[in-house]
Design a protein around this ligand. Sequence first.
Ligand code: BG6
Length: 470
Amino acid sequence: MKYDSLAAFPPGFLWGASTSAYQVEGAWDEDGKGPSVIDARESYPAGTSDYTVASDHYHRVTDDVALFAELGLSAYRFSAAWSRIVPDGDGEVNPAGIDFYHRLIDELRAAGIEPVLTMYHFDLPQALQEKGGWSERSTVDAFVRYAGILFEEFGDKVTYWLTINEQNMMVMHGAALGILPPGTDDPAREVYQQNHHMLVAQARAMALAHEVLPAAKIGPAPNISSVYPASPAPEDVVAATTFSAIRNWLYLDVAVHGRYSTTAWAYLVERGWAPRVDHGDMEVLAAGHPDFIAFNYYTTHTVAAPLGDGTDAGDTGDQHIVLGEEGVYRTAPNPYLTKNEFGWEVDPVGFRTTFREIYDRYHLPLMVTENGLGAFDVLEEDGTVHDPYRIEYLSQHVEQMQLALTDGVEVIGFCPWSAIDLVSTHQGVRKRYGFVYVDRDETDLRDLRRVRKDSFGWYKALIETNGEQA
Ligand code: BG6
């Protein structure tokens, strides 16, 4: 479809940017914060940093918010670190942790920036993990209690809430993210049981939000992307729809409709991984309704029918590079797409198809909570950082988002990854995403100075014109 003119971004559209607590805050054990599964990690990929200092945002929050205000953000998506609020996950509340997020939210509000709060972004409190983590129902209760604390403390200042970041990536790529669940005889079986518990926790948190904060808007935040068949061969199409059900709809169908996708459930049963569903779970799932869907988008996937000869599967150790699953699907190259420096396919048009697929299926407002380009940015001797590749990536995605808007999709916000440089999930500091450069490398913290990249000026102009200058 070609349009004569594109729909304008609506007034009040949230032009934001994102971060997550453990990737940006640092201060991993300060002011009463308890360790999370991230802090308890024993090893990191060779040559990459841990998260102890990250971007030192915890100590520089005022300056960072001033930069976000200068950038013109109308929203800032961040996560609260569960173990900063409740150090052992389900015990005493840490007043200093509460104070930190009050300060952050107050400063955002004072700058006219809407806070978008993710409740849990990969960093489960280590004390809960040691008690069995998401394998235990008690972790569901702990999450709902934690949600209640957040609602009570921040409910009068925060309208937009996100439950769990990329639950689907945690389930499918826990190893790549460094958050593998405790070892069991049948890890996949256990992971899908944990997944079910997270879905129950999410549903209860959404129901609680609606009960105690009638004006709040709450939703899930998975990573969603279109899945293409490698060819029109019907077997490839079956593989693509299967993978899409496993990767995308398994999570969103439960979040929105309170029931598992039929295809995904059939897959779980066939593999022997169907979770135990306790009495009352389906009612709980049905009672939790999102007000909007947040999703992260970086790339699409292209898959073919499995060969079933022992070569379908593989693990690249990267949550966005998928190799396949024996007997279910296998990856296929997409000759129409280029790749970024880290091997991720770049597919702006796939952004539009992803919008359409989600909206046609659920008819809920959509907020993009991550999209961006990781790259090896260089701080020049004159103190500038030129990142035309990031501007190109983002402007192409904004253009496709506007096409989706013109298609009739209700898009309420765009929060690219990331507001400021931070530590990537497994490729260290060198893989940068921010509009603001942070002067440190993997081992040398230098002065952690903030430097506006060229993309900062580009995004600022885009926001000032409400998306006209993409
Ligand atoms: C998403 C995560 O998977 O992608 C972020 O929600 C992450 O935490 C982002 O940083 C980019 O991935 P990476 O591996 O390049 O940091």
